[in-house]
Write a protein that binds this ligand. Sequence first.
Ligand code: ZN
Length: 206
Amino acid sequence: MFVLLHIWKKSHDVKKKIPDIKCTLKDALNMSFLGDVKVFFTVLFTGFSGKPNAMSLLRGIIIVNAEWAARLVLFDDEEVKRAFRFTMGHEMTHQSGDYTFLEAFTKDRRFVNWVNEVHADYGGAQLAFDGNINNALLSVRYKKQDFQVDKDSQTHPSWRHREGYLKAGVFDMDLIKRIAGDAGCDNKALIDKVCNYFVPIKLRYE
Ligand SMILES: [Zn+2]
């Protein structure tokens, strides 16, 4: 209901007609790698934000915000579709692949959060684009546009960092150690555990 309101409001802002919402969103979610995972469009968590956002809420559930819905419905555009596909691949990787670490608000936690994000970017590129790094980079740049200030946070590296990590082309021990350095983590035992946890992912340039 509130998602419809957001789409309606945005259609006025960008002066576009609203096509069949249900059909368009169903088509947008037609990705075989989603498997049995349920995807919901909702204003939960990010409300009427103008930044597209998605998150893995629980195992088997991904929620996508109203802004994503509005862009998918109002812009029949390859750039939007590509970035959305990448986002879904990213969230699917979170669904199965995160390293679990319960400590909060420390540099160690920041490192683990960042590695999980970068791993999800690599997994997303694999799922969404069969490992094509260019499509992943274009998607990251599309998302970066919505942030006036691009900075590192406790939960995510900056888009600039994420782009740089993707450009490495391989998610492996070297990249994990580089992330540890950038995140300010020098807990060698933890870094080793994280390195051993993840299977390397190699992307490809076309
Ligand atoms: Zn993520």
